[in-house]
Design a protein around this ligand. Structure first.
Ligand code: ME8
Length: 643
């Protein structure tokens, strides 16, 4: 069987964080397990390098766009290489082969009657590289996905006839119930399609950092919409548009993505593929968010946890285990060192590590490290049956990407082992002169560890390699066949003493985080039981991270082409007044603002609204009847702190 597994191609607008690592870890796990089973496997990852967002990030960094993309793309590749991610190809959308493939696809869709020229006017979010209808905007201005201001873009554009695919898509979801994983996300996609699909603008004339239209189109003004360009990477990586060399891996077994980009993968991408006459991927796996202290982690927010820093502190494979065990697939998870340390100490050190240490110790004492499975069936058929039933039921969890359940079930093997040691107490059997029975228990544990290691190898490849080395066997397709499928036992061997694999961790290891963790740890540990209200509490320190100041409005003018915005000049006690763009025009006249005081969030990252820099935000209360600015009851000096 051929399996094709992909990660999203990551934007090169910043370094990878643990959210990106999570997607990559799951995909790597699926790819490794597929190879273990003897399937021909192609695992793709890479970087998404076109579009306005990248162009602007490069400009901000004062770099040439291609040089900037090269630099950031390399940080992703280096990270995955250092993490031993088993990808077969790292694709970059600025590669010539990819661009040719995109042009071929565009031409094919065009020739099939799915692309036409028209005009587009809409609210565009550069950060998400997406248009949104006015009805979806927050306060008529802001992006419903990332909260940033949108810009009104009016331009000539080529459109893809997405609307023509509504019924076909709905039929496909109906016929393939497990197309979207977890299944709980199906309805969200189905409802979106049922709500009506608009044709999709697939070219832009407002930027040039993208793939040109095919020369046959004779239209130099237009560049491909970055999502059309990006999604096609999944086939150009296989040689589409060049030599089709690896197209026999198509359709993909799974596109692993975060829930933020499910719509692109479950709606747009299948429609593009239908237009190209290609089969659709078998599954789209959409996982949840990793948050940091309850907030979405993202490059643009700057609250990221860097995977290399965590891996250096706690170990790469501990991190893989933690991320895949801690969070039910599809749900959001919070990164907490406390929870991480608990997993290392209880699951890895106590359950798995101790079992290995115990049999190394016992076999050393009782049989000079010799282990022989010959009497295991005689004394431990109950445990062997229990073990077989756990293993028989394991793989469906991985097929559905439910890694937390997969690991939870896998850990039952260690419980079987620990219970057998307590029940059979080999040290008592030795004293009672029942050496065969004592050694059978030791051999049972060795077999449990061997089988568990094979099944755990996709998640902890290096750790399980060390265990298999101690147990004198190799984890590969043959041992998978023998010990897992054929349910055989290990041949007699001499166990190799190895140092403990999982030293206990007593305190947070990421220095700069220690203080913060101490404050948030109790909340994290009780998270599952706690109420929503408790989860929303913040500490006084967190409150004081926000700088609130009294500001005096010196000037106000309406922002052209906007019904809602004023450009204000506000004195917040600094040398120069600040420019603040505020969406209050419907509620206040200019006269009602000038020379009055307001409350300003003064340490907000500057942002652009309608192309104007805004260096702060005014506090206001809003309900269905209107909006009121928060003002000091009596005049205060400009710049006075509020709190
Ligand atoms: O969307 N938690 O690239 P991107 C969990 N180039 N996963 C997260 C995460 C978080 N906080 N933040 C990011 C793009 N991710 C496009 C994709 S594919 C044809 C084009 C992961 O760099 C998650 O997998 O913004 C998400 O879908 C992906 O990174 C987005 O990466």
């Amino acid at each position: 069987m051929k399996n094709y597994i992909t990660t999203p191609i990551y934007y090169v607008n910043g370094e990878a964080h643990i959210g990106h690592a999570y997607t990559t870890f799951i995909a790597d796990t699926v790819a490794r397990h597929s190879r273990l089973k003897g399937n021909e496997t192609f695992f793709l990852t890479g970087t998404d390098e076109h579009g306005q967002k990248i162009e602007e990030s490069a400009k901000k960094a004062g770099k040439d766009t291609q040089a900037f993309a090269d630099e950031i793309s390399k940080t992703f590749k280096d990270l995955w290489d250092g993490f031993d991610i088993s990808y077969d190809k790292f694709i970059r959308t600025t590669n010539e082969d990819h661009k040719k493939g995109v042009q071929k696809a565009f031409m094919t869709m065009h020739d099939n009657g799915d692309i036409y020229k028209g005009n587009y006017e809409g609210h565009y979010c550069i950060s998400c590289e997406t248009f949104f209808p006015e009805t979806q905007l927050i306060d008529g201005e802001f992006c419903p996905d990332c909260g940033k201001p949108t810009n009104i873009v009016k331009e000539e554009s080529y459109f893809f006839k997405l609307s023509a695919y509504e019924d076909k898509l709905l039929q496909y979801y109906e016929d393939h119930q497990d197309f979207i994983l977890p299944k709980s996300r199906r309805n969200e996609v189905i409802n979106f399609v049922k709500g009506g699909l608009h044709d999709l603008s697939v070219t832009r004339t407002t930027f040039e950092w993208g793939v040109k239209l095919p020369s046959q189109m004779n239209d130099d003004k237009h560049f491909m919409y970055v999502w059309l360009d990006a999604l096609l990477n999944y086939i150009t990586a296989l040689g589409y548009g060049k030599d089709d060399k690896n197209m026999d891996f198509w359709p993909a077994s799974i596109h692993m993505v975060g829930k933020d980009i499910l719509r692109f993968h479950a709606i747009y991408w299948p429609a593009f593929l239908m237009s190209l006459g290609l089969p659709l991927p078998k599954h789209i796996g959409a996982h949840g968010w990793w948050t940091r202290d309850g907030e979405k982690m993202s490059k643009s927010k700057g609250n990221v946890v860097l995977p290399q820093v965590v891996a250096d502190a706690y170990g790469l494979e501990n991190l893989r285990y933690f991320m895949l065990r801690e969070v039910p697939f599809g749900q959001d998870g919070d990164f907490s060192q406390r929870a991480f340390i608990d997993r290392i100490n209880s699951d890895l050190s106590n359950d798995l590590g101790n079992l290995l240490n115990r049999i190394i110790g016992m076999s050393g004492k009782y049989s000079e490290f010799n282990i022989d499975s010959k009497d295991v069936i005689k004394y431990h058929s109950k445990e062997l049956d229990a073990m077989a039933s756990v293993i028989d039921n394991l793989e469906p969890f991985l097929d559905e990407l439910r890694t937390h359940r997969y690991l939870e079930e896998l850990w039952k093997l260690f419980s079987i082992g620990n219970k057998a040691i307590e029940e059979h107490a080999p040290w008592v059997k030795i004293k009672e002169d029942k050496k065969d029975e004592a050694l059978a228990t030791v051999a049972l544990i060795a077999n449990i560890l061997a089988k568990a290691s094979i099944m755990l190898s996709c998640i902890m490849p290096e750790t399980t390699r060390k265990i298999s080395q101690a147990l004198n066997f190799t984890i590969d397709t043959q041992s998978y066949q023998k010990l897992i499928l054929d349910k055989k036992l290990l041949d007699a061997f001499v166990i190799e003493k190895i140092p403990p694999l999982f030293p206990r961790v007593e305190a947070p290891l990421m220095e700069q985080e220690q203080k913060k963790e101490e404050i948030i740890a109790p909340k994290m540990q009780t998270k599952k039981e706690s109420t929503v209200e408790e989860d929303n509490l913040i500490t006084i320190d967190q409150f004081f991270e926000i700088s609130l100041r009294i500001g005096t409005i010196l000037e106000a003018e309406a922002v052209p082409k906007s019904k809602k915005l004023y450009k204000l000049s506000v004195d917040v006690g600094e040398k120069e007044p600040r420019q603040i763009v505020a969406g209050i025009r419907e509620f206040y006249s200019i006269e009602e603002l000038i020379d009055t005081q307001v409350c300003v969030v003064s340490n907000l990252k500057p942002a652009k609204l309608m192309g104007l820099l805004s260096e702060g935000m005014l506090l206001a209360a809003k309900d269905e009847d209107g909006l009121s600015l928060m003002r000091p009851e009596k005049q205060r000096k400009a710049g006075s702190s509020v709190g």
